[in-house]
Ligand binder design. Structure first.
Ligand code: BGC
Length: 723
């Protein structure tokens, strides 16, 4: 059926009178806006309100008589979660919901490869569609403010620019598959401790410069369809009823046309939340009709506390997202599930994520043909991580453990011995950073066995680190100490075998009191279903490492800003962000504190030389700057290098960090090959958020441009004057 385009009410009248909703919903000649208005005009208030709250744990109601289906959601962010029963958290018992398990957020960001973020997004979106989901609850981009935050592993590190570059393609990749991404957690859910009640107090400048840029880019450049409000409060108001964050910034300033979904059980009111910009309430622990956005919302509209216009706005947004996600499209993408292509993407992301932190005497890569004996130590050598960590956990189709990966790799002539070394246990307590261990005898026994085995082999590989008892939703770590007395184990192993390689499995930094003694340290992350194969590829040199840290590893916890200032975890449920804009390396650089491993650090089996830095000596305000540099692979194997550009504002009326990342480029170079890289800096890159004028401001004066291989390995610097 075709209808000629007629304006306004007459159009609506004609439309409603002359067709069934099911038919016009798909009519290609009508604009989506017209269809949405037509649908809205046929809905009762009750039907509209039904669309604004959960009707199962992970869906909201549609309006069947109008052809509007329920909206189906799933966690995120690194794979599609196991199917649970509609009304409880128990597994639904499906046998076909074992999904691809992709590397988690910290690993993805450590690739510094936006193209991989896009492919990750595509694969995730395809898996979500194949499981018939409309919204996948991810990605998560809360800035790493403290290394202790239990959910750091899900996020993308400490730098707003890096987050921006990675999150946009990830969202595009997801949404091109006819499924909505849900960007979380908006905003400042930077600690899990007291996450439901903690109140983040921070300056406008810190908000604008550090904590919001990723979200803004996701909205404006990534066109993200949905956003999840965070559990915590910001400046006294819960994020789910925070008019400044939701209405003023997100919906008005950024013109976000999509849906704000509450975090699960993160809604605290009806009228405040409805008027502050929340669109959908999820996860409340009450019968569905008693949700704040169910019967109480109906009542609030009837008594005038919330206008029907406000409800219409929410439903309009929901319908808009439904249209954009192809829900009404006959040819909606069907997605694909657990395909070889997805496994390959999981593997590729992991390959580019693993960070070689230290490689003394070029102990790595190991030579498969020469090596005769290896001892593998550690609980993480055999542990699978996919199911852990809270809401992001999933049922993986498979997960290659490190030990499995090594067995796949080594030649038949190499002897491989495994020793547990330490055991995962909950039988310990911390007393001011000191571990009280209750299984001391057993622990000693395991350690002794491992040390003995270590002494008998050519090389020892210790798979140490954390697991999802520590990197997890709902709690923060208490300190940076490796649990289960791993420090002691590593030290004793080093004492008997100088060829000790430590591979850390974690999503956040740990202290390494043994770092000087251990020649090789690798940060392996939670690297997804192919983790074990990838670690073996890296250790044996089939893959040249290219990951770079996306957050600082402090020497000790007290060195990092919130801990140095004593503002974590906050007092009386207030967390005062007094470190302000000096988050992560911005703090370490400005305060001249040496980190254990710096932001942006990551070695390769190749070496790279930087030369020919070129930039204009003088630019006018608002002109922007092009910087060009040559990078040469001076090693003997092909590899990637990520060149990073940092700006330093030398003359400024406000405090500015010593360095701020403003551009980066990952390049692949054959041995001896040189490539020229051009960085284009827009004028905003030079600016700061001026709290007096409440806008970004570019001040004239001298800037230094630093280009290097990490934030602490600057190879070339130049000056530019803004005049
Ligand atoms: C988490 C969200 C998650 C939701 C649904 C909450 O506890 O904070 O990230 O999407 O649960 O599982």
């Amino acid at each position: 059926m075709r209808l000629i385009r007629l304006p306004g009410l007459f159009f609506l009248f004609l439309l409603i009178a002359s067709c069934t909703s099911q038919s016009f919903i798909q009519d290609k000649e009508l604009s989506v806006e017209h269809k949405i208005e037509a649908l809205l005009s046929q809905m009762t208030l009750e039907e509209k309100i039904n669309m604004t709250h959960g009707n199962t744990k992970f869906s909201t109601a549609g309006v069947a008589r109008l052809g509007i289906p329920d909206l189906m959601m799933s966690d995120g962010p690194h794979g599609v979660r196991e199917e649970i029963k509609p009304d409880s958290w128990e597994p639904a018992g499906w046998t076909n919901d074992s999904a691809s398990y992709f590397p988690t957020g910290t690993a993805l960001s450590a690739t510094w490869n936006p193209d991989l973020a896009y492919r990750f997004g595509q694969a995730l979106g395809q898996e979500a569609r194949a499981r018939d989901k409309d919204i996948i609850l991810g990605p998560g981009i809360n800035i790493m403010r403290t290394p202790l935050c239990g959910r750091n592993f899900e996020y993308m590190g400490e730098d707003p620019f890096l987050v921006t570059r990675m999150v946009v393609p990830c969202i595009k990749g997801i949404q091109e598959q006819d499924v909505a991404a849900c960007l979380k957690h908006f905003a400042l859910n930077n600690q899990e401790f007291e996450r439901n009640t903690i109140n983040a107090q921070l300056s406008e400048r810190a908000l604008q410069e550090i904590y919001l840029p990723g979200y803004e880019a996701a909205v404006k450049d990534g066109n993200v369809f949905t956003v999840m409000s965070a559990y915590n409060k910001v400046r006294g108001a819960w994020c789910s009823e925070n008019p400044y964050l939701l209405n003023d910034i997100l919906k008005k300033q950024w013109q976000f046309p999509g849906i704000v979904i509450s975090d699960w059980a993160g809604t605290h009111s009806t009228v405040e939340a409805a008027n502050a910009g929340l669109d959908i309430e999820m996860g409340t622990n009450r019968p569905y009709n008693e949700f704040y956005f169910a019967d109480p919302l109906l009542q609030a509209v009837k008594n005038g506390a919330v206008s029907e216009k406000t409800i219409d706005d929410k439903v309009r947004r929901i319908l808009t997202v439904m249209y954009k996600s192809g829900i009404f499209n006959e040819n909606r993408s069907e997605g694909s599930f657990t395909t070889q292509e997805h496994f390959d993407i999981a593997r590729k992301v992991a390959e580019e994520a693993v960070v070689l932190l230290k490689n003394d005497h070029n102990l790595l890569p190991l030579d498969k043909k020469k090596i005769k004996s290896i001892t593998v130590v550690g609980d993480n050598a055999t542990r699978k991580h996919a199911a852990g960590g809270g809401s992001s956990g999933l049922k993986a189709l498979y997960e290659i453990t490190p030990l499995h990966g090594l067995k796949n790799k080594i030649s038949a002539d190499t002897k491989l011995k495994f020793a547990q070394g330490y055991k995962r246990t909950t039988k310990f307590t911390w007393n001011k950073g000191v571990l009280n261990f209750f299984d001391a005898d057993e622990a000693e026994q395991l350690r002794k066995e491992a040390v003995a085995a270590a002494g008998e082999s050519e090389v020892v590989i210790v798979f140490a680190g954390l697991n999802h008892d520590f990197d997890t939703e709902g709690t923060d770590r208490q300190n940076l100490v490796l649990p289960y007395q791993q420090d002691l184990l590593i030290k004793e192993i080093c004492d008997v075998n100088p060829n000790t390689i430590v591979v850390l499995i974690s999503g956040s930094p740990v202290e390494m009191p043994w770092h000087k003694q251990v020649p090789v340290i690798v940060q392996g992350w939670y690297a997804g279903m192919e983790a074990g194969n990838v670690f073996a590829d890296i250790l044996f040199g089939d893959v040249n490492p290219s990951g770079k840290l996306t957050f600082t590893f402090p020497e000790q916890l007290e060195d990092s800003p919130a801990h140095s200032l004593g503002t974590y975890p906050g007092q009386d449920l207030n967390s005062d962000y007094s470190e302000d804009i000096l988050v992560g390396y911005r703090w370490f650089d400005t305060k001249k504190i040496n980190p254990l491993f710096a932001f942006g650090h990551g070695l390769s089996y190749s070496s790279f030389q930087y030369s020919d830095l070129k930039l204009k000596a003088k630019i006018s305000p608002e002109e922007g700057l092009q910087v060009s540099v040559n990078i040469r692979n001076s090693g003997d194997r092909p590899g990637y290098e990520t060149a990073q550009l940092y700006l330093q504002d030398v003359e400024c009326s406000v405090i500015r960090p010593d360095k701020e990342l403003k551009a980066f480029e990952k390049v692949y170079l054959q041995p001896g090959e040189t490539k020229n890289i051009k960085f284009n800096l827009k004028s905003k890159a030079f600016s700061f958020f001026d709290e007096k004028e409440m806008q970004w401001k570019e001040e004239p004066g001298l800037f230094k441009v630093h280009v290097g291989s990490s934030s602490r390995d600057i190879r070339l610097s130049g000056d530019v004057l803004i005049d």
